[in-house]
Write a protein of this length. Structure first.
Length: 344
């Protein structure tokens, strides 16, 4: 997909410059939280994206109001998508953010179409919809409102604490449809967090999000992702992380081992070579067969996390099922264990 295919009014066939059309507005903001970040505002042609049939994901439709992510996670699998727009998948992915400024209005129109039949919509599956840019552009309130008004089921996966800004909207949506919320916390090691997820809120703050949602009667699962081989997979690290997740009140924990797709692999391995050069050969061997760690390794991590989860009183999420958020009153009346939409 080229840049011109992303915008509402594509350029003529002979025009190939990525930023050469009036449909793209480039902005920078001279504030500390946005310093060094460039925003490319576009009016998208479509906001509901169909997931390829061969995908492992348990959902068919996604909404992604942003491309690129200032969370700057060195392992982010979505880095490759920046290359589709001829943008850099390294620093460019972290600092060149595409903003679909018409996302709420466009979604509202698409949901009202006769061709739309109310399928589950997943958000946060490519880049985080509650990354730093959302604090300025405020696209998610309009998106959630559009889904609420059509009683359309949806789920959100995030590392962002900004989701609490939209707590009231989420509760309103849950009164009319199924809503699933998951927070991503792969580890609680502060040193590891600062180096591999430099633009994200601290893991403890993310677990505070889980705690706050729980305190408001909203069940929230944790995607324990990624578990990073050789850096975040020691038994004591896994135990500390699962214990902290359980203490936050999470309804479930689902581990996911680091995977290194093209785009992410090159950037992550360059980071390893700089910060942990002694691990380069070990990573090359572990991921010699492709993007995913060997099955035996994935099973070992999953088994260990599930054992810890059972010890601390939480269980794995039910595969592919959205969770219904309940108000405190409804939760008392209907004591049914909620489930989480997983990425496994």
């Amino acid at each position: 997909m080229r840049w011109d295919n992303l915008v509402e009014n594509p350029a003529p066939a002979g025009e190939t410059a990525l930023f050469g059309t009036s449909a793209v507005t480039t902005r920078t903001f001279d504030t500390p939280e946005f310093r060094g970040i460039t925003f490319h505002e576009v009016r998208a042609r479509s906001i509901l994206n169909r997931v390829p049939g061969a995908s492992r994901m348990p959902f068919e439709w996604t909404v992604n109001p942003y491309r690129g992510c200032s969370h700057a996670c060195v392992y982010c699998f979505a880095r490759k998508t920046h290359s589709y727009l001829d943008l850099d998948t390294g620093l460019g992915f972290d600092s060149q953010i595409v903003v679909k400024i018409n996302a709420p209005d466009l979604l509202r129109r698409q949901l009202a179409s006769r061709q739309w039949h109310g399928a589950h919509v997943a958000m946060g599956t490519n880049v985080d919809c509650y990354q730093r840019a959302e604090g300025r552009y405020r696209l998610m309130p309009g998106i959630i409102s559009a889904l609420r008004d059509r009683a359309n089921p949806f789920s959100i996966l995030t590392k962002g604490t900004l989701i609490l800004r939209d707590l009231d909207l989420l509760v309103q949506a849950a009164e009319v449809t199924d809503v699933g919320i998951s927070v991503s916390v792969g580890f609680i090691d502060e040193t590891l967090w600062r180096t591999v997820e430099p633009g994200t809120p601290a893991p403890e703050r993310r677990l505070d999000v889980v705690r706050t949602l729980t305190d408001h009667g909203i069940g929230c699962g944790v995607l324990m992702a990624p578990v990073i081989p050789f850096l975040g997979d020691r038994p004591d690290q896994l135990r500390a992380t699962v214990k902290a997740i359980a203490a936050s009140g999470a309804t479930s924990v689902t581990p996911l081992v680091l995977h290194l797709r093209p785009g992410a692999r090159e950037w992550f391995m360059a980071w390893v070579a700089e910060h942990h050069p002694h691990l380069v050969r070990r990573y090359e061997r572990l991921y010699a067969e492709g993007a995913y760690a060997p099955k035996w390794y994935q099973r070992r991590i999953t088994r260990h996390v599930h054992e810890l989860a059972a010890e601390f009183g939480i269980g794995p999420a039910d595969r592919g099922m959205p969770r219904r958020i309940r108000t405190p009153e409804a939760a008392v009346e209907e004591a049914v264990a909620p489930t989480q939409l997983t990425l496994l």
